[in-house]
Write a protein that binds this ligand. Sequence first.
Ligand SMILES: *[C@@H]1O[C@H](CO)[C@@H](O)[C@H](O)[C@H]1NC(C)=O
Length: 254
Amino acid sequence: MMRTIFALLAVAASASATVLWDGRFNAYTTSADFNQWSWSNQVGTYQTYIYGNLHGETASSWLTLGSTYKNPATTAEKQGIKIKINSTSTWNGGPMLRTEILPQTTNSLTGHLYFHVSLQIPTVNPPDPAYEHQIVFWESHVADIKYGQLTGQNGVADTLQVITGGKSVWSVTPAKGTWYNFILETGSPGGLWVSTGSAPLTKVYTGSLGGSGGTAWHVGALRLPLNGVTQQITETDFYYSGIYVEDSGPTTQP
Ligand SMILES: *[C@@H]1O[C@H](CO)[C@@H](O)[C@H](O)[C@H]1NC(C)=O
């Protein structure tokens, strides 16, 4: 009897998982839709204010939507996004090269939540492993997904890793063209879930990610200068899909 009740409770719990913010790109027709967003017109599901604009570029100069940019295993979305940086990706006068998108939502996205994101280091225009790229992170940098040689370190060049509390909790030499699926579990107990391709995500790390989430969650490319110098680069791309936040579960299918 008790077992039946617990089983029913478990079913009820998973059935009631709520998507608090849906960053899959179903509501977008073309990347030009990103250009509608501004601080005074906060439309859509993303804030799009971090991109190189010294030469009058728009968000859609750097963001491209398309079915080829999504994990083919994901069924709940029609398209993913290609996020580009190049040598003119200077934002706000800084030395970093940046193109990032952030949740546009009235939900605070804080608590014991599951932040889903899948990403690919593409075979075409892949990032230069000599540079540190911060590719998913909260503004407070409590937990970051990074690619490349970390500033001030040696021997971790062609590495995709998740860093929290100053230490790497998961890392691989990424296969270019492979989809890596992540769930960043905020709050307590917290942790990290990972899989590749169409495989269900499994928990690879249990522990606090050092924060309780929040909407200052950056998805995109931030390339740090090397030795203080922003060097010339050609086009560099990252692909993302399956971006959403749910309050329980988590859903382990990419
Ligand atoms: C960098 O990309 C922007 C936006 O797509 C484009 O306008 C610019 O011409 C590119 N710069 C170079 C040097 O390729």
